[in-house]
Design a binder for this molecule. Structure first.
Ligand code: 5GP
Length: 138
């Protein structure tokens, strides 16, 4: 299957839909997941268009992974999480729901089960504070 630019992250990258942005440069946009699996769940979205990892340009992957690491460290620092889960889904049977490559940075808190993938919507005010604090820690 090929990349369809009408996906929701394509719209966010083009500024057609708002997002709680944490960081943006030529390589990627980082934003809060609005249906977080835990407090501080962030998405790193490479700007290079690909459906997922399987059709991504290796050069685009090389450019974005250092940012994923930086974001993971900042999220852990700000949230006080005990660990960070990195997730990335390829095609619907594997759990992918938005077909523009993205990396989930999910804080894990000792003894607290993660919420379901694409579960309840987070409070906008709380997401705005987290986005600002994570941006400051990057
Ligand atoms: P996937 O299932 O494709 O790996 O992940 C898509 C993610 O995007 C899910 O975690 C879901 O909560 C999140 N998501 C879906 N729609 C929106 C949206 O409009 N804005 C933001 N910030 N996240 C979204």
């Amino acid at each position: 299957m090929s990349y369809d630019p009408s996906n929701i992250f394509g719209k966010i990258l083009r500024g057609e839909i708002p997002a709680h942005k944490v960081y943006e440069d030529d390589v990627a946009l980082v934003m809060m997941d609005i249906f977080p699996q835990s407090r501080g769940h962030v998405l790193v979205i490479p700007k290079a268009a690909s459906r997922n990892l399987l059709d991504a340009d290796p050069a685009a992957l090389s450019a974005v992974i250092p940012l994923v690491q930086q974001v993971a460290k900042a999220v852990k620092h700000v949230t006080g999480a005990d660990g960070i889960r990195l997730a990335q889904f390829n095609e619907a049977p594997a759990g992918q729901t938005v077909f523009h490559l993205h990396f989930h940075v999910i804080p894990v808190y000792e003894g607290v089960a993660l919420g379901s993938h694409g579960g309840g919507k987070a409070d906008d005010a709380e997401l705005a504070v987290l986005a600002k604090d994570i941006a400051a820690a990057l």
